[in-house]
Design a protein around this ligand. Structure first.
Ligand code: ATP
Ligand code: MG
Length: 500
């Protein structure tokens, strides 16, 4: 087996081997690092298993770097973590040859240490009991054959591959399969079902039939797994090169129905009077794949997942029109915080970005019609702001017609929108622009708490400037504010407020 490690990796592995020898414990590289080396993927971390105390081994390894790397451990699980940050660990050990400069420029490299253990989950619990075991025991408790490969770091057989479940062949055949009975493996830790699908999506592998059948049979047990662990895997599916593989498998297995039912609601095409609508689940997956060819941005990809999420709840059949989904972008926008909360995704700027894109995803299309005014263009530039390019990327990915001629025409239309937007932006500098009077000023002048009138006045100023009704100046905005406030029977409590 030909495995290529970088000089830097070899340098780190040697240190581990020396520390293990000093401690007198059998030690192996295991899991993702070995798998990815055989496949030829990049590696940025490695899992180390020793037949003994993993935390003690990690401590000894840490001592071999100067300055000592950050060390953390979980006593209950018997695991420890070290981060080798090359910018900090420039001193090489005296016993080993010095490493060349190039190796010092790499990103941080993470090491996870664990003592070999036997599987011992209890049925209703996801918390394993830790019982020490042999390397073989430890390989058996691993989720998939491709993740159970080990490489010896011991002096007598340094570099030897230990592959009790034919994992190398499974890598060659691109197959995901559990080392033991899949029903047992999934029952012990149901997260492994989503992990199987995640690896299929990341690696473009196929899940072996018996293993996939067991996922279908055990899907309901996913409910005992914490949302955080599920969402970590879901994000990895979204981040994979072709995320539709993962989502389709989640759907086919029945897991999606439990972990993300709103997406399942998108599936299927209803017919009435011989008129059908497209299957919005597969449309969404196509949009997601299209976008993923252009960007690795996780949150932009989430916007693709959620852009049509409200189509099922807004769907209507209108005589003479066929199927409509009026307002699905607004209702969808409102669903974003709810879905983020349920999935325990961060409720921060990222969530706001996704919501904004869902809400705006039809706007550029509306600008592909003829006779679009500058003010309509300015409005889009203002509303999209710094996320304008992301929005255009989403809209272009949203073209999923199989008709090549139509695709070409739609893309050309979007090119025109981009061009118009560029021209208007150059002229008026709308992106990142803020109206000269904001809500806080309005509250101060009229002695108001945050309330509806503040929004009405603020929007009136913004709209008047974007529509070119008043110039973009503090004075003009101030006069309009007074006029609007008067209409709302509001009197200023402060007369002096200068431009800031
Ligand atoms: P990556 O880090 O690229 O996501 P990985 O294979 O390293 O992939 P990790 O989650 O880091 O995945 O886990 C490291 C190793 O630990 C796996 O390769 C596998 O052997 C084992 N492992 C992780 N999670 C489980 C689990 N839930 N059940 C059984 N074994 C697991
Ligand atoms: Mg890993």
């Amino acid at each position: 087996m030909d495995i290529k490690c970088t000089e830097r990796e070899l340098f780190i592995l040697k240190k581990i081997a020396h520390a293990a020898e000093e401690l007198g414990v059998e030690t192996y590289l295991i899991g993702g690092f070995v798998r990815d080396k055989i496949i030829g993927r990049n590696t940025k971390d490695a899992d180390i298993v020793c037949v003994g105390d993993g935390i003690e081994l990690a401590k000894r390894v840490a001592k071999r770097f100067k300055p000592e790397p950050k060390f953390s451990y979980f006593k209950n699980f018997g695991t420890a973590h070290l981060r080798i940050d090359s910018s900090k660990h420039k001193e090489s050990s005296k016993v080993l040859p010095p490493i060349d400069e190039e190796d010092l420029t790499g990103a941080a490299f993470d090491l996870e240490f664990v003592g070999a253990r036997k599987e011992s989950y209890r049925y209703h619990s996801r918390k394993p009991e830790v019982i020490a075991g042999t390397l073989k025991d430890d390989q058996e408790r691993r989720d998939f054959t491709i993740n159970a490969l080990a490489i010896s770091l011991n002096e007598n057989d340094y570099g030897k591959l230990i592959d009790p479940f034919d994992g190398v062949n499974d890598i060659k055949r691109k197959i995901i399969r559990t080392p033991l009975d899949p029903l047992q493996t999934f029952s012990d830790d149901p997260l492994r079902m989503i992990r199987a699908i995640r690896f299929a999506s990341q690696l473009g592998f196929t899940i072996e039939e018996k293993t996939f059948q067991a996922i279908k049979d055990e899907a309901n047990r996913i409910t005992i797994v914490s949302q955080e662990r599920i969402t970590d895997e879901l994000i990895k599916i979204i981040d994979s090169a072709k995320p539709s593989i993962g989502f389709d498998l989640l759907y086919q297995s029945g897991l999606l129905h439990i972990i993300f039912p709103q997406m399942v609601d998108l599936a299927g095409a209803e017919y009435k009077d011989g008129i059908g609508h497209k299957d919005n689940f597969y449309h969404t997956l196509k949009v997601l794949d299209n976008l993923s060819e252009k960007t690795g941005d996780t949150w932009l990809r989430w916007a693709a997942v959620l852009h049509d999420i409200a189509k099922p709840v807004t769907k209507k059949f209108e005589e003479g029109h066929g199927w409509t989904f009026h307002g699905h972008e607004v209702v969808g926008g409102r669903m974003v915080p709810k879905i983020f909360t349920k999935l325990k995704l961060p409720l921060n700027e990222k969530m706001k970005f996704v919501r904004k894109l869902v809400e705006l995803h039809l706007r550029p299309i509306s600008l592909t019609k003829e006779n679009i005014t500058d003010s309509a263009i300015r409005r889009l530039l203002f509303d999209a702001g710094e996320d304008f390019d992301a929005l255009m990327m989403l809209c272009e990915a949203d073209i999923t017609s199989k008709n090549r001629w139509k695709v070409k025409k739609y893309m050309e239309n979007f090119q025109l929108v981009r061009k118009r937007c560029q021209e208007v932006e150059e002229k008026d500098r709308i992106r990142g622009w803020q109206p000269p009077i904001n809500g806080e000023m309005i509250m101060e002048i009229f002695g108001l708490q945050p309330s509806k009138p503040v929004g009405i006045i603020k929007d009136a100023i913004k709209d008047a400037i974007l529509d070119g009704v008043i110039p973009n100046s503090f004075e003009d905005a101030y006069q309009l504010m007074l006029k609007k406030a008067n209409e709302l029977n509001l009197k200023p409590v402060k007369s002096e407020l200068r431009s800031r």
